[in-house]
Design a protein around this ligand. Structure first.
Ligand code: C5P
Length: 222
């Protein structure tokens, strides 16, 4: 394969966590560092793609050659990803919040004497990946990530089918040094044809390169 198998292709990558505001000073977030998604964006540029990186709140430098769009919430990420269409490939590496407060309080929520708890009213966010895969402007390849702790193959394959993806990359948790904030990771990539590819354990940059090589080799629907 040539060194630039993604030349001429437009790739959208989402990365990082989302923060869902509760009031002007508080939010619900998660521990995603964005490292894997940023490495994926950098690897796509190395393989010749034109890359848009939709990044949640992380403190990482923008990879060379990448067009970066910073967002905060799941709703903003949804809007930014759809606004970046059309694309040949979408890679959803972000840890998008599944739930968000029904309403953001306009001023800081106070604790009052006698309060022994606080109930937050949360609603489901929109599933960016599933909506994109079902959209009329669907990129030819739609790739998801799955963070599973047990029964990885079953859950990952379930998501691959339910969200109508081409590929899903599942973190192999329990492998030394892999995971959210680590520089190394290990992935099992499942494809819609029943194939399975074990990548790593390796530094996230190398792993991202191997994942992008797999993506570049996938046949595309016309
Ligand atoms: O269903 P689950 O959240 O485990 O699926 C993970 C995959 O779905 C990731 O690729 C993530 O970016 C994507 N996702 C999304 N929008 C959501 C939730 C998850 O795009 N609201």
């Amino acid at each position: 394969m040539s060194g630039r198998p993604l030349a001429g292709q437009r790739v959208i990558v989402s990365a990082g966590p989302t923060f869902e505001d509760i009031d002007p000073v508080r939010f619900i977030g998660n521990r995603s560092s964005g490292k894997m998604g940023f490495a994926v964006a950098a690897a796509a540029v190395e393989l010749g793609a034109q890359v848009v990186l939709v990044a949640g709140p992380v403190s990482l430098p923008t990879p060379a050659g990448v067009q970066r769009i910073d967002v905060r919430s799941a709703a903003q990420m949804h809007a930014a990803v759809f606004a970046a269409l059309p694309a040949d490939v979408y890679i959803g590496a972000a840890a998008v919040a599944d739930f968000t407060p029904r309403a953001v309080a306009g001023s800081k929520i106070k604790k009052r004497p006698g309060d022994d708890g606080l109930v937050l009213d949360l609603v489901r966010t929109r599933d960016i990946l599933a909506e994109l895969a079902a959209d009329a402007r669907r990129p030819a390849l739609v790739v998801g990530f799955a963070a599973e702790t047990d029964d990885v193959a079953r859950y990952a394959r379930g998501k691959l089918a339910a969200k109508r993806l081409d590929l899903i990359a599942a973190n192999r948790v329990g492998v030394a040094g892999s995971g959210f904030e680590s520089d190394d990771n290990a992935l099992t990539v499942f494809d819609r044809d029943g194939g399975e590819h074990a990548l790593g354990p390796a530094p996230k940059a190398q792993l991202a390169h191997e994942l992008l090589e797999l993506i570049a080799r996938r046949p595309r629907a016309a």
